[in-house]
Design a protein around this ligand. Structure first.
Ligand code: ATP
Ligand code: MG
Length: 172
């Protein structure tokens, strides 16, 4: 099974993100636009895992202690890719978010996962393989208070990508 750890959003946040996704869409000649139910913030990508690794990841998650924290969606941007750009909504890297990411990474590494070592750039993917888009102005800032973190499985249902929450840890 293909696993990752993520923060999922409420409907209000999703609809704000849809507005930005629409603007990317209308500025682009073409691209792939993920289903808004799939919007998420990836904290750690675990890749293909067996049952033992699933349990190890669950135990790391259940040992996480955090208070509710604010996510601030503050900009729109892109990663340049050869096959077309990836457009995202950028989240402010606050000390709280940085701490959660660092603790999670440390825990997962200590049980044997090899994680992406690039600097954490918190973002929500809104579009992929985007060609001929224009630079977009930043959207109005919005926030959501986060109270849980989920272990997610990436699956295909009738050829469509779906993310299934397997395990959730709540804030204190
Ligand atoms: P698809 O691969 O079908 O285009 P996806 O990338 O959203 O869709 P997954 O590849 O299962 O689906 O990835 C799940 C999450 O993990 C996504 O947020 C993705 O950006 C992230 N991710 C995937 N591969 C890596 C990787 N090698 N390093 C870091 N993050 C990754
Ligand atoms: Mg992928």
């Amino acid at each position: 099974m293909r696993l990752f750890v993520a923060i999922n959003f409420n409907d209000e946040t999703r609809s704000e993100l849809v507005k930005i996704q629409r603007r990317v869409k209308s500025s682009a000649a073409r691209g792939r636009f993920p289903d808004p139910v799939n919007f998420h913030l990836t904290l750690a990508f675990l890749g293909e895992c067996d049952t033992k690794q699933l349990h190890a990841a669950e135990s790391v998650l259940s040992s996480m202690i955090f208070a509710p924290f604010e996510l601030t969606f503050e900009r729109v941007g892109r990663f340049r890719r050869r096959g077309g750009d990836l457009w995202w909504a950028g989240i402010r890297l606050t000390p709280e978010l940085e701490k959660i990411h660092a603790e999670l990474s440390k825990g997962l590494t200590s049980v044997g996962f090899s994680l992406d070592l690039r600097p954490f750039r918190p973002h929500v993917t809104l579009a992929r393989q985007v060609v001929d888009s224009i630079v977009l102005p930043n959207p109005p800032i919005f926030n959501e208070t986060i109270r849980s973190i989920e272990l997610m499985e990436s699956i295909r249902v009738n050829g469509r990508l779906k993310y299934k929450p397997l395990f959730s840890v709540a804030s204190h």
